[in-house]
Design a protein around this ligand. Structure first.
Ligand code: SF4
Length: 474
């Protein structure tokens, strides 16, 4: 990703029922989903009578040691990796979120973002609810506690009250339950490994534990794994889906299948479309911006007939740049992470392919570095349209003021980043690369068409970034 510091990921969830070592399997699954969140991680396990949990700040490797996993004994469990899209980054907000009452226990892991948090929270507080964290996941827990019936019945009841995006896994003492919001914004799949049933954000978490992909949890569906096997309850669903199109463009792993289709092929197809739309006459080569531009660059290369060259090398041992707190340290992280190859670039007219530009600051820095490495001309090709609107459904794009395409034309962005030319993929080109028709996707960050209303005061205030005066709302 050319512009990583301002495009932060969301969360990853795993649930497993019916195995004698759930902690180690969930641990592996979370490793596979580490790209979806690096701030904190947690696992909760049940043996049918008691629960054991461990949570911590940082990467999976920081949070879990062998001896910790050995203590998490049971037959079912859920796990979570977190990047905070609501609530600050602190241990208290780490998930899974555990609710223990005299007669009830459940834990939940959430991927997504609830957009009517403020009004729901006010309502619950007026009924006596006391919140321990600033996450919308706790809000979901409180809503559940205020309903009656089995957990799946309560989930059906709260689905109309909650607005926004949620893929959830729950652990009770004797079951694991998975559900998605009625639009199906975030992915969630079902797998099997022998008798064990697995739920995971992406199929790469199934692959790592050698589980077979069965199907996706459908939008609005509640899938229960317990001693009776697997059963399903259909909660409210919308006439059309709103699957996050950006999962295909950037967020999901290229070796995953999400929403029932492989990510790799879609990314390559996006690059191919970009080559058809915006060829570069007389270019010497296509250079991917690793790692997120790799697959689109391959498509661009195949679509244009230009050779693919690795003109930028990624240092895999440098942490992800966006977890650094200050801008100066972050920029240093960017320089450390990607290094241009002079012998590839010197004197060459290069097409640089990346998945997106968010703020443009990192792109600018990279273009400068490529020129310093001898590139004669740099033609940027982006495998999606300009990001002009913030996301309120679980992806922490920069706030409105930081989205460069919100305030600048393509030509101005090109000047800002210092490229010789810049072309984004068109909306039509993006849809042509997708495995489903346009109507099945959320495209709000490109089009401003928000499937779920994102404000609670008539559109004047964004819940995450304040007054929206300068945003181009639909
Ligand atoms: S606004 Fe963009 S990033 Fe957010 S859910 Fe919609 S498509 Fe995905």
């Amino acid at each position: 990703m050319f512009d990583s510091p301002s495009k932060k990921e969301e969360c990853g969830i795993v649930g497993i029922y019916g195995t004698d070592d759930p902690a180690h399997l969930i641990h592996l699954g979370l490793y596979a989903l580490q790209h979806r969140g690096q701030e904190s991680a947690g696992i909760v396990i049940s043996d049918g009578e008691n629960v054991a949990s461990h949570k911590g700040m940082g990467l999976i490797s920081d949070v879990f040691k062998e001896e910790t996993l050995d203590k998490l004994k049971g037959t079912m469990g859920i796990g979570h990796v977190r990047y905070s899209t609501t609530g600050s980054s602190m241990l208290r907000n780490a998930q899974p979120f555990l609710v223990e009452q005299i007669d009830r226990m459940f834990a939940l892991g959430h991927n997504g973002n609830i957009v009517n948090v403020a009004s729901l929270r006010r309502k619950l507080e007026s009924k006596g609810a006391i919140f321990q964290t600033s996450t919308d996941s706790e809000l979901i827990a409180h809503l559940i506690l205020h309903k009656k019936g089995a957990l799946e019945e309560r989930l059906v009841k709260i689905a109309d009250e909650l607005k926004g995006a949620w893929s959830l896994v729950f652990l009770t003492l004797d079951s694991v339950i998975a559900t998605r919001d009625p639009y199906g914004f975030r992915p969630l799949c079902i797998g099997r490994k022998g008798d064990a049933i697995i739920f995971a954000s992406e199929t790469c978490a199934l692959d790592i534990i050698e589980a077979d992909y069965v199907r996706d949890v459908e939008p609005g569906e509640i899938v229960i794994a317990d001693r009776n096997g697997l059963r399903s309850v259909q909660g409210p669903r919308k006439p059309h889906r709103a699957m996050c199109i950006f999962e295909y463009i950037y967020f999901a792993r290229p070796d995953s299948m999400i929403f029932g289709h492989g990510v790799y092929k879609v990314r390559k197809q996006l690059g191919l479309q970009a080559a058809l739309e915006s060829p570069v006459e007389g270019a010497d080569m296509v250079v991917p911006m690793p790692a997120s531009g790799n697959y689109a660059a391959l498509g661009f290369s195949q679509g244009s007939g230009l050779p693919l060259e690795y003109g930028v090398i990624r240092n895999h041992y440098v942490g992800r740049t966006f977890i650094q707190p200050s801008a100066s340290i972050r920029n240093l992280g960017v320089r450390l992470k990607l290094n241009p190859v002079r012998e590839v670039l010197e004197g060459k007219k290069v097409v640089v392919v990346d998945d997106s530009i968010v703020r443009g600051t990192t792109s600018k820095l990279r273009t400068k570095t490529l020129r310093e490495a001898g590139a004669k001309e740099i033609h940027m090709r982006i495998s999606c349209p300009p990001i002009r609107y913030p996301c309120f459904y679980g992806i922490d794009f920069s706030s409105k003021g930081e989205l460069i395409a919100c305030s600048k034309t393509v030509e101005e962005v090109c000047q800002f980043i210092g490229a010789d030319s810049l072309a984004y993929l068109s909306l039509d080109g993006m849809f042509r690369a997708m495995p489903y028709p346009e109507a099945h996707f959320c495209t709000a960050c490109f089009t401003g068409k928000y499937p779920v209303k994102i404000t609670e005061d008539g559109g004047k205030t964004c819940l995450e970034c304040g007054p929206t005066d300068s945003l181009r709302w639909p």
